[in-house]
Design a protein around this ligand. Structure first.
Ligand code: NAI
Length: 707
C-alpha cells in the first residue's frame, strides 16, 4: 500500500509536533491499513527534520478498540502489531500517546509502547483479551507491569476489566480533568517536555521492582481468582506472563509472552470462547428480514403480572429509561411487586452500583395499574401472568380490546403454545414470545419466539429492543419449552434416572460442577424449587407415561413435601437460613426403593458416564431442534446455553462441545446407551437423524453455522 492510499492514519505537523491520527471507524480497530499507516507515518515523522516530537491520537470516539476481529486468523500476520510497536518504541524522537477515548487491547498496547501517555481522568482503558481465552500478545503483559506495577497489572490482565485512567497515575504522565481540553493541554505538555530536552523514555528499558512482586503475591493472586477462573485456560497463562515481566529481561519476556499467547490460541478453551464471541454476534443477524423491514418505535411498555418475572422484566426497561406500566388484578399484588422492585434497586444502591437519585429516577419510570385502559397508548405489552393457557388467553383477549393498532403483544410463557395464545387476539401478526430467564433483571438471555403469524417487523423490532435493554437475543420457533427448556428436560431426566441406577445427588452434582456447570442439577433443582419441574411433568403426563421411571425420585420428593431450599428439604437437607446442601440418606433410600419397584438393578456409576448421560442427550436434542428448524444454527443454541443456563463458556455451548469431543463419539455413545439401557435407552437415546447425517458426511455442527 502506498502512503497516499492509506486514509486510516492521517498526519499533520503543528508547532514541530507530528500529530498522527488513527481514523478507522467505527471502533478504530488496528486493521492492516492502520498498522501499515502507523509505521509509515512514524517513519516519515522521524525523517522530517522539522518534526521534534510525535503524538498519536484520534478524533474517533475510541482511541482504539484493539485488534480487528474480522482479521482473526487472516491479515493479522501482516505488519503485526508487535512490529509496529517496536517502531514506535524505538523512535528517536519522543512519542506521546494522546489517549483521546477508550483504549482496549492492542489500543492500550500502542499507548504503552509510546514514551509518554496523556489522557483524561474518566477515560477507560483495558486489556480484555482474557475474555477470548488469550492474552495481550503485543507486549502488553511486559510493558504494563513496568508502568503500572505488578498488582494492578495482574488485575487488569487477568480480569480483562476496563480501568479508569484516574486510577493509573504511574501509567499516564498527564491526566486532564476536562476531555474537551485534552488536545490543547497535551500540546502544552509536549512543548514543555521538548523545552526540558525531549527525553526519550522507553518502557522496555524499565525494570519491574522484584521486591514489589514476591512469590506470595502471585500465590495469593492465584488463590483469589481460583473460583472465578475455574476451568479457564488463559488466566493462569496471563499470570505466568506477568511473572515473566518480573523475572526476565524485556526481550525474553516478550518471547515468553508469544509462547504463552500461542499456547492459549491453541487451547480448546480459547477456541470455545472465540466461538461464543462470534456466535453472540451472529445470533443478532437474522435472515428472516432484510434491510427494508421497518422497525416499530417502542417508547412505552406495559407488563401484565408484577410477580417474579414481571418485576424483573420491568427493571430492564426502567434501566434503559423506558417507562413501564405494570398491571395486576389486585392492588395488593401490584404494591407487593413494586415494593420488591424498589428493594432490589435499593440493594444495588447499598452495593454502590446505583446512586439514591438513580433509584428514584428508575422507580419514577414504573407506574402501577389495575385497569387495562391504561394500556391504550403502550407500544409493547409483555404478559407474565400464571403459566396457564386459559389465563393467558383471557389476558390477550383483553389486550386485543384496549391496545392501539401496531402495539406488539408479547408473552413470557416458558412452555405454552404461542400460536394458541395468538388465537385469542384479532392480530396474530403482532404476537410474539419474549422468553426472559430468571432473575430477569440479571440473566442476559432473551429467547425471541416467532409464532406462526408473527410479522417480520415485529421480530426485527424485538431483536433490536433486546439490545436496548442489554440482552443477548436469539430467535427461535415454537415448540414445547422452545430451545433452552426443551433441551434441559433431557438433562433433568437423565440426572434423575441416574439416581435410580445407583448414583447419588452429591456424586452427580460434584461431577457436573467439576465439568464446569455453575452447580449440579440437584443443587439447581432445590434452588429453583422441585415443585416447578413437578408441575411441568403434571402437564405432560400423557407424553411421559410410557416411562414409569421418568423423574420418579423427583416426584416422590415433592409428594413428601420436599420441594427444595425454600422448605429446607429437597434432594438435600438445609440448615435453617443456610444454602449449603447436606446429603440425606433418605433420598438415596427413596431411589433404592423405587429402583427395586421398577426392577432396575443398581450399580456403580462412573463419573464419565454421568457426563455422557447428562450432556450428550442435550446435544442430541439440540440436533433435533436444528433439524426441525426451531433454531436456525448450532451457534444459536450455544448462545442460549451459555447465557441462559450457565453452560461453561470455555466449552462453547453444547454444540461446540460436541464438535470438540467429536460428533462421532457423541453418536456412538448415544447408540451404546440406546442399546445398553433397556426400555429407557430405547425411549430416550435414539440418535438424532441430523447427528447421524453429520457422522455419515464426516462433518460437524460448526459446518452448519457457515451455511
Ligand atoms: P409469579 O406467580 O411470580 O407471577 C405471576 C403474577 O401474575 C402474579 O403476581 C399474579 O398476581 C399475576 N397475575 C395472574 N393472573 C393475572 C391476570 N389475569 N392479570 C394480571 N396479573 C395476573 O410467576 P412468574 O414466575 O413471574 O411467572 C410468570 C410467567 O413467566 C409464567 O408464564 C412463567 O412460565 C414464565 N417464566 C417464569 C420463569 C421463572 O423462572 N419463574 C422463567 C421464564 C418464564
Amino acid at each position: 500500500m502506498t502512503q497516499t492510499d492509506n486514509t486510516a492514519v492521517e498526519m499533520s505537523v503543528l508547532s514541530e509536533v507530528a500529530l498522527i491520527k488513527i481514523q478507522n471507524p467505527p471502533v478504530n480497530a488496528l486493521s492492516k491499513a492502520v498498522r501499515i499507516g502507523l509505521i509509515e507515518k512514524v517513519k516519515s515523522a522521524l525523517s522530517d527534520d522539522s518534526v521534534k516530537a510525535i503524538a498519536i491520537s484520534s478524533e474517533q470516539a475510541l482511541f482504539s478498540g484493539g485488534a480487528d476481529i474480522s482479521e482473526f486468523g487472516g491479515d493479522a500476520h501482516e505488519s503485526p502489531l508487535p512490529e509496529v510497536l517496536d517502531v514506535i518504541e524505538q523512535a528517536t524522537k519522543p512519542v506521546f500517546a494522546v489517549v483521546s477515548g477508550p483504549a482496549f487491547g492492542g489500543g492500550l498496547e500502542v499507548a504503552l509502547a509510546c514514551h509518554y501517555r496523556i489522557s483524561f481522568a474518566d477515560n477507560k482503558v483495558g486489556l480484555p483479551e482474557v475474555n477470548l481465552g488469550i492474552l495481550p500478545g503485543a507486549g502488553g503483559t511486559q510493558r504494563l507491569p513496568r508502568l503500572a506495577g505488578v498488582a494492578k497489572s495482574l488485575d487488569m490482565i487477568v480480569t480483562g476489566k476496563p480501568t479508569k485512567v484516574s486510577t493509573l497515575p504511574s501509567v499516564f504522565d498527564l491526566i486532564v480533568e476536562n476531555p474537551a481540553q485534552l488536545l490543547e493541554e497535551s500540546m502544552a505538555f509536549i512543548q514543555t517536555k521538548l523545552v526540558e530536552g525531549g527525553e526519550i523514555r522507553r518502557t522496555c528499558d524499565l525494570t519491574v521492582d522484584a521486591a514489589q512482586a514476591p512469590a506470595e503475591l502471585f500465590a495469593q493472586y492465584r488463590q483469589g481468582i481460583a473460583k472465578n477462573a475455574r476451568g479457564f485456560y488463559s488466566p493462569e497463562r496471563c499470570i505466568q506472563a506477568v511473572e515473566a515481566a518480573v523475572s526476565l529481561p524485556f526481550a525474553d519476556g516478550l518471547k515468553k509472552e508469544v509462547e504463552l499467547f500461542i499456547e492459549c490460541m491453541n487451547s480448546s478453551e480459547s477456541a470455545a470462547q472465540r466461538h461464543i464471541f462470534f456466535a453472540e454476534r451472529a445470533a443478532g443477524h437474522v435472515s428472516d428480514f432484510d434491510k427494508a423491514t421497518p422497525i416499530r418505535e417502542i417508547k412505552k411498555v406495559g407488563i401484565v403480572g408484577a410477580g417474579t418475572m414481571g418485576g424483573g422484566i420491568a427493571m430492564n426497561f426502567a434501566n434503559a429509561g423506558i417507562p413501564v406500566t405494570m398491571l395486576e388484578v389486585k392492588q395488593e399484588a401490584l404494591d407487593k411487586g413494586l415494593a420488591l422492585i424498589r428493594r432490589n434497586y435499593e440493594n444495588s444502591a447499598k452495593k454502590g452500583k446505583l446512586t439514591a437519585e438513580q433509584v428514584e429516577q428508575r422507580m419514577q419510570l414504573l407506574t402501577g395499574s389495575t385497569d387495562y385502559n391504561d394500556f391504550a397508548d403502550v407500544d409493547l405489552v409483555i404478559e407474565a401472568v400464571f403459566e396457564k393457557m386459559s389465563v393467558k388467553q383471557e389476558v390477550f383477549g383483553q389486550l386485543d380490546k384496549v391496545c392501539k393498532d401496531g402495539a406488539i403483544l408479547a408473552t413470557n410463557t416458558s412452555t405454552l403454545d404461542i400460536d394458541e395464545i395468538a388465537k385469542s387476539t384479532s392480530r396474530p401478526q403482532d404476537v410474539i414470545g419474549m422468553h426472559f430467564f430468571s432473575p430477569a433483571n440479571v440473566m442476559k438471555l432473551l429467547e425471541v419466539v416467532k409464532a406462526e403469524h408473527t410479522s417480520p417487523d415485529v421480530i426485527k423490532t424485538v431483536m433490536k429492543l433486546a439490545k436496548t435493554i442489554r440482552k443477548v437475543s436469539v430467535l427461535v420457533g415454537v415448540c414445547f419449552g422452545f430451545v433452552g427448556n426443551r433441551m434441559i428436560e433431557t438433562y433433568s431426566r437423565e440426572s434423575n434416572r441416574l439416581l435410580l441406577e445407583g448414583a447419588t445427588p452429591e456424586q452427580i452434582d460434584r461431577v457436573i460442577y467439576d465439568w464446569g456447570m455453575p452447580m449440579g442439577p440437584f443443587t439447581m433443582g432445590d434452588m429453583a424449587g422441585l415443585d416447578i419441574g413437578y408441575f411441568v411433568r403434571e402437564s405432560r403426563r400423557e407424553f411421559i407415561k410410557h416411562d414409569p421411571s421418568y423423574c420418579v425420585v423427583g416426584d416422590r420428593l415433592v409428594e413428601k413435601g420436599r420441594v427444595g431450599l425454600k422448605c429446607g428439604r429437597g434432594a438435600y437437607l438445609y440448615e435453617k437460613g443456610q444454602r449449603k446442601p447436606i446429603p440425606d440418606p433418605e433420598v438415596v433410600q427413596i431411589a433404592k426403593e423405587e429402583a427395586e419397584r421398577l426392577g432396575i438393578q443398581q450399580r456403580e456409576i462412573t463419573d464419565q458416564e454421568i457426563i455422557e448421560r447428562c450432556i450428550y442427550p442435550l446435544i442430541n436434542e439440540g440436533a433435533n431442534i436444528l433439524q426441525e428448524g426451531i433454531a436456525a444454527k448450532p451457534s444459536d443454541i450455544d448462545v442460549i446455553y451459555v447465557y441462559g443456563y450457565g453452560f461453561p463458556v470455555y466449552r462453547g455451548g453444547p454444540m461446540q462441545y460436541a464438535d470438540q469431543v467429536g460428533v462421532k463419539a457423541v453418536y456412538d455413545a448415544m447408540c451404546r446407551y440406546q442399546n445398553d439401557l433397556g426400555e429407557h435407552g430405547k425411549s430416550w437415546f435414539e440418535p438424532s437423524p441430523l447427528l447421524k447425517q453429520l457422522v455419515d458426511d464426516g462433518k460437524q455442527f460448526s459446518d452448519l453455522n457457515k451455511g
